[in-house]
Design a protein around this ligand. Structure first.
Ligand SMILES: [Zn+2]
Length: 263
């Protein structure tokens, strides 16, 4: 994992790598998931996983206790009691090439070449978000429909800001909360920017200022989930090339925070 997703690429505020587990312990089965939450631990135990690899950290900020009095402490206890390790690849997976947004771009229908929306300073081949071009322009409503069917289903629909008939050829995407890339999306000349967790004021100001891309707001979990299969494939192939066979499963449990919508 550290060869594919170098921990040095992670943001300074991030917490990536091994959360719990003994590095000398053999690993035969790996469960990939977005969130290190209780239902994912349940699935890991049922599957007989030795390792869970999640995108989101369990502890992003420091803690002074892993007592089983919080959901995080309970997760740690259950993992250690059952000899299951937990490993996180977060912002280092976001900026990897290929990384989280490459998988998202493919899921929403971009088949051609992709480049980072905000290239990393140390290596412009890596970076946050991706931008690419559709093989033929389509109206925004059609692109949104394709994106919705390409992403895993969650409780809510995709939200769209922009003229539904607007032609879309160039598409910018960013897995997870993409507020910070609104400026890069505008500067990129994309026709639409698809991300998650967009808030009213940044989104409203963005669409009121003419000349920028339309916006599509998807569920946070759905925008990051497509990366799991890519990471599982890259890891198991890299290990197989060294003669090491591990089994990997991608969790299909929807752990998005939003669980239902009104009719
Ligand atoms: Zn995320």
């Amino acid at each position: 994992m550290e060869t594919l997703y170098d921990p040095a690429w992670a943001e300074s505020w991030d917490a990536v790598g091994l959360v719990c587990g003994d590095p000398t312990q053999p690993v035969r089965k790996i469960l990939f998931a977005v969130d290190p939450v209780a239902v994912v631990v349940d699935e890991a135990l049922e599957y007989g996983a030795d390792l869970i690899i999640t995108h989101h950290p369990l502890y992003l900020r420091g803690t002074t206790s892993v007592a089983a009095t919080t959901f995080k402490g309970r997760a740690i206890h259950r993992l250690i009691r059952n000899d299951v390790a937990l490993y996180t690849a977060h912002t280092n997976a976001d900026v990897a090439d290929p990384g989280v947004s490459d998988a998202l771009a493919r899921a929403v229908g971009l088949s051609g070449e992709l480049r980072p929306l905000q290239p990393s300073a140390d290596d412009p081949r890596r970076g946050l978000g991706r931008i690419g071009t559709l093989t033929a322009p389509v109206p925004l409503r059609e692109f949104a429909g394709r994106a919705a069917s390409g992403l895993p289903r969650t409780a809510g629909p995709l939200r769209v800001a922009g003229d539904p008939e607007r032609p879309v050829a160039t598409v910018a995407v960013s897995g997870g909360a993409g507020d910070s890339l609104l400026g890069a999306a505008r500067a990129s000349g994309a026709d639409v920017f698809l991300t998650a967790d967009l808030r009213h004021h940044p989104a409203s100001e963005f669409v009121e200022s003419e000349g920028g891309p339309a916006l599509i707001d998807a569920s946070h979990w759905a925008t990051e989930w497509p990366w799991l299969a890519d990471a599982a494939e890259r890891l198991t192939s890299a290990l197989a090339a060294r003669g090491i066979n591990v089994e990997a499963r991608v969790s299909r449990i929807v752990t998005d925070a939003w669980t239902s919508t009104t009719p």
